[in-house]
Design a protein around this ligand. Structure first.
Ligand code: NAP
Length: 246
């Protein structure tokens, strides 16, 4: 059975991806941050995944830390045998206009959103190379494509992910490893719950479909990108935004 490792999968988009890949038949490794509350949520996601008849394990790791990622990848290999698909989904926001943003705000977002991907790639790519097969999907954002006021840290981290995606696609294509990115628009998750109704309504002005997306609508595209149907797709950024920019 193929194995998928999804980072930041205790809630929101990551949890939806874990459940969708379990439904597709993947054994899933559900990464969650070391917080106790996150562990409980991840265990609940694992139970839902197991209902599809696959194996599901939870792995605590702060993906911004190389040592955590190294340990997690080792543990997943030991418990599930391989890593066929990696979905780099974990992410945070600390939104402020540049004038108010501190160096700590900037560094924290870069560490979790961007450095984490380097950490995961360093540990998972050698595993995929040995297997001579792999699918990597990085979750970026429309903020990385178009920018967004109040998100200079977040949009920098998400734009960097796009460069990393294309580079890994070129470096590892000959090893039968694909690497693509998905750029969500505004999706209903705990991350966007914090926005005021006024901001939420205003954001929809630019969305052709005039509604927020659902985490499952991101998971569906990830499902395609880790499947055999996408075997000739690599280095691409697929926007799933209800048509923010055309
Ligand atoms: P979310 O509900 O806040 O979920 C983020 C997940 O990442 C949580 O499970 C969180 O766990 C985990 N996480 C955070 N820091 C971590 C760390 N250091 N190590 C391991 N896990 C960590 O956010 P979401 O909306 O589902 O977003 C998922 C991804 O989609 C993110 O990369 C985000 O930038 C991207 N995205 C979201 C939207 C949107 O509109 N929602 C739009 C574009 C892109 P804890 O709660 O335990 O910290």
């Amino acid at each position: 059975m193929a194995v998928a490792l999804i980072t930041g999968a205790s809630q929101g988009i990551g949890a939806a991806i874990a459940k969708r890949l379990a439904k597709d038949g993947f054994d899933v490794a559900i990464n969650h941050s070391p917080k106790e509350s996150s562990k409980e949520k991840a265990l609940a996601v694992a139970e839902e995944c197991k209902a599809f008849g696959v194996r599901a394990v939870c792995c605590a790791a702060d993906v911004s830390k190389m040592a955590d990622c190294e340990e997690m990848v080792k543990a997943v290999k030991e418990q599930l045998g391989s890593i066929d698909a990696l979905v780099n989904n974990a992410g945070i926001t600390i939104d402020k206009l540049l004038a108010r943003m501190t160096e700590e705000d900037y560094d924290a977002v870069i560490a979790v959103n961007q450095k984490s991907i380097f950490n995961m790639l360093k540990n998972v790519c050698p595993v995929m190379m040995k297997q001579k097969h792999g699918r990597i999907v990085n979750i970026t954002s429309v903020a990385g494509l178009y920018g967004n006021p109040g998100q200079v840290n977040y949009s920098a981290s998400k734009a960097a992910i796009i460069g990393m995606t294309k580079t890994i696609a070129k470096e590892y294509g000959r090893k039968n490893i694909t690497c693509n990115a998905v750029a969500p628009g505004f999706i209903n998750t705990p991350m966007t719950e914090a926005l005021s109704d006024e901001v939420k309504t205003k954001l929809l002005d630019n969305v052709a479909l005039k509604r927020y997306g659902k985490p499952e609508e991101i998971a569906g595209v990830v499902s395609f990108l880790v499947s055999e149907d996408s075997s000739y797709v690599t280095g691409q950024v697929i926007e799933v935004s209800g048509g923010i920019s055309m």
